[in-house]
Design a protein around this ligand. Structure first.
Ligand code: FE
Ligand code: ZN
Ligand code: FE
Length: 191
């Protein structure tokens, strides 16, 4: 009886992830297009390919369960994608914009990591060992994507900081008060 309701929750969460992944299949090309750094663009394109595989894995699981993956909308991902779209529309200098895109993308990866960690554990509890293998593959990809974004952020953030000091030097000439610059410096730490 209890196992049956855990099974329902498991299927529900898988549907949520299916919705999340299909939303990202649409969002990742937009993130790639908005990137200035070629390596960042490449990372988004690479993760788009992985995301399509992740959709396929979920479809495989639903086939094994004899269930349909559709019928649920992941509102969490919907919110993250909306925030990402706002970031895409912002008119920052190139490196700062890339830093902002990474920030948005890492929120997505962490959200997915949480979701897959949970369903993987549920699959174990329900004795669905084939599902566990597929879910762990995806979980590993999400974690690797997050690490990759952090690595790219190292370089991009230092360029973003430099663009800030150039900007600050220009502003010095215009005698902008120092209080504002201090505030700026501390607000640009991403990832
Ligand atoms: Fe994913
Ligand atoms: Zn969700
Ligand atoms: Fe992902």
């Amino acid at each position: 009886m209890q196992k049956e309701s855990l099974r329902e929750l498991y299927i529900d969460e898988l549907k949520d992830l299916y919705s999340a992944e299909t939303q990202m299949v649409k969002a990742l090309p937009k993130l790639a297009k908005a990137s200035s750094d070629p390596q960042l663009r490449q990372a988004f394109e690479e993760h788009l390919r992985q995301t399509s595989d992740q959709v396929t894995r979920l479809e495989q699981i639903f086939e094994m369960l004899d269930e349909k993956p559709t019928g649920k909308k992941c509102l969490g991902m919907d919110g993250l994608v909306k925030e990402g779209s706002e970031t895409i529309r912002e008119e920052y200098e190139a490196a700062v914009k890339d830093a902002a895109l990474i920030s948005a993308a890492q929120r997505v990866e962490h959200y997915e990591i949480a979701g897959y960690g949970t369903v993987r554990t549920f699959a174990e509890l329900l004795g669905e060992s084939e599902h566990v293998i597929l879910l762990e593959e995806t979980l590993a990809e999400e974690k690797a994507a997050d690490v990759k974004l952090s690595e790219l952020a190292d370089d991009i953030n230092s360029r973003a900081v430099q663009s800030d000091s150039t900007e600050a030097a220009d502003e010095d000439e215009e005698a902008v008060d120092s209080k504002r610059k201090t505030g700026k410096g501390t607000s640009r730490r991403v990832a």
